[in-house]
Design a protein around this ligand. Structure first.
Ligand code: PLP
Length: 450
């Protein structure tokens, strides 16, 4: 090849590249802001990446030093439609100019009703009603309130590896001790924790279901249980997918004993798994669904969607709060639903998921430390282990994510042992960006795992 041709090819490739790293990571401006942060921001708010964002667009994020990254963290799964989607920005701006707040229960607004209508229509629940809040943790807390009012029972069942938030009841349901719970008790009473099926670590669907049935004999009377809270794919727990037969068994037990089945879709929801709601993969109807994160492109909005007779059970004003359904976030959410439909992001999630999984399987074949590849749709993770005993290797996982960040790809860990590396990329990621991200991920695995 002649030199001129070669340069032309390199030039063409350079223009299609998204990642653009111009400084050492962190760059000088990021470092300066982080130093200021250390002086005035409470220490527990520690940082995963030492970079300070200037702007986000689609699947990319540019820092204050002008470095551009591909963002596989998506603000921890809040950006299924990508950063700053123009449709969503316009809808939120328009609403903000008109009014920003009244408290819906004091002076109501139509955007709340519009969003409730849309979500009740879309959710796989017949005769549904909705209520809105801010964070995922509030949606979970309120789901339990609805269930307790409806059943007049106290107890709640949750699962090992589950994550449901950080306020008291939700934190009591959350199962990872460090860093979330240790030293922060006492926790809310009447929470019972069951094994979650996790084939890779030896818990089958049959065993988990048997343990649940046994617990209703040995731990808590079925007629005392108000709700069972379950993630179809455990998010913080390491993208462990609930098998179909397990979900079907859970539904059967809830029906048998009048227990409200709460499906926590805070992380799985809004197209991430290839369906608008992950529970649609299972062909069962839950009683309540909690949503948050991607519903409003990261603006604080959460909700409970559920069977009308459960949602109507609490007495007047027993559900509420100053910020029950911010109109700006709700206008954004309506635009998010438009974008998911018009850009067919459910189908895109499936395609991305197939491509990611194929590549991850090649890593599993090549690197003994890539112990498991799992997930649903574009909600995929690899689990990093050492040796025959599958010993969790969180430090190796960190070495991979740190190497990736230096090369312009932001990856997030999860898992009860913090040894999984998960994908929460915007679903608007282009094929070229996916290729680029996978190349960086692979070279980071080579660097960290050898
Ligand atoms: N439920 C699930 C499944 C989650 O993944 C999370 C957060 O990661 C929550 C609830 C809590 O949401 P938030 O952090 O918005 O309170």
């Amino acid at each position: 090849m002649q030199r001129a041709d070669c340069c032309a090819i390199v030039g063409a490739m350079a223009t299609t590249k998204t990642i653009d790293i111009r400084t050492e990571i962190p760059g000088p401006r990021s470092r300066e802001i982080i130093e200021r942060k250390e002086r005035v921001v409470a220490e527990p708010l520690s940082l995963t990446f030492p970079i300070v964002i200037e702007r986000g667009e689609g699947a990319t994020l540019t820092d204050v030093d002008g470095n551009t990254f591909i963002d596989f963290t998506g603000g921890v799964g809040c950006l299924n439609v990508g950063h700053s989607h123009p449709r969503v920005v316009e809808a939120a701006q328009d609403q903000l100019e008109r009014f920003s707040h009244t408290d819906f229960t004091i002076v109501p607004y139509e955007v709340y009703v519009n969003l409730a209508e849309r979500l009740c229509e879309l959710a796989p629940i017949t005769n549904a009603k909705a209520a809105f809040f801010n964070a995922g943790t509030e949606a979970v807390e309120n789901a339990i309130k609805f269930a307790r009012s409806h059943t007049k029972r106290p107890a709640v069942i949750a699962f090992e590896g589950g994550f449901h938030g950080r306020t008291l009841l939700a934190l009591s349901l959350t199962s990872k001790t460090h860093p979330y719970k240790a030293g922060l008790g006492p926790f809310a009473p009447e929470v019972y924790r069951m094994p979650f099926p996790y084939e890779y670590r030896g818990v089958t669907a049959g065993e988990a279901l048997a343990a649940l049935e046994r617990a209703l004999v040995t731990q808590v009377a079925a007629e005392s249980v108000a709700a069972l809270v379950i993630e179809p794919v455990q998010g913080e727990g390491g993208f462990v997918v609930a098998p179909k037969e397990f979900m079907a068994g859970v539904r059967r037990l809830c029906d048998e004993h009048g227990i409200v089945m709460v499906v926590d879709e805070v992380q799985t929801g809004l197209a991430r798994t290839g369906k608008l709601f992950a529970i649609e993969h299972y062909g069962i109807e839950p009683d309540l669904i909690t949503i948050a994160k991607s519903v409003a492109m990261g603006l604080p909005l959460s909700g409970v969607i559920g069977k009308a007779e459960i949602m109507d059970a609490p007495p007047d004003s027993a559900i509420g709060g100053t910020y029950v359904g911010n109109p700006v976030a709700q206008a954004a959410a309506l635009a998010v639903l438009d974008v998911i439909g018009e850009e067919d992001l459910c189908a895109r999630a499936s395609v991305l998921g197939d491509q990611l999984r194929q590549r991850m399987v090649t890593w599993q074949e090549r690197f003994p430390q890539v112990g498991d590849v799992r997930g649903l749709g574009a909600m995929l993770a690899i689990e990093i282990v050492e040796g025959e005993a599958k010993t969790p290797a969180p430090e190796l996982a960190s070495a991979v994510t740190e190497a990736a960040a230096k090369q312009g790809l932001l990856l997030l860990k999860s898992g009860i042992y913090s040894n999984c590396i998960r994908v929460l990329t915007p679903l608007t990621l282009s094929d070229a960006e996916l290729d680029e991200a996978l190349a960086v991920w692979e070279s980071s695995l080579e660097a960290a795992l050898g």
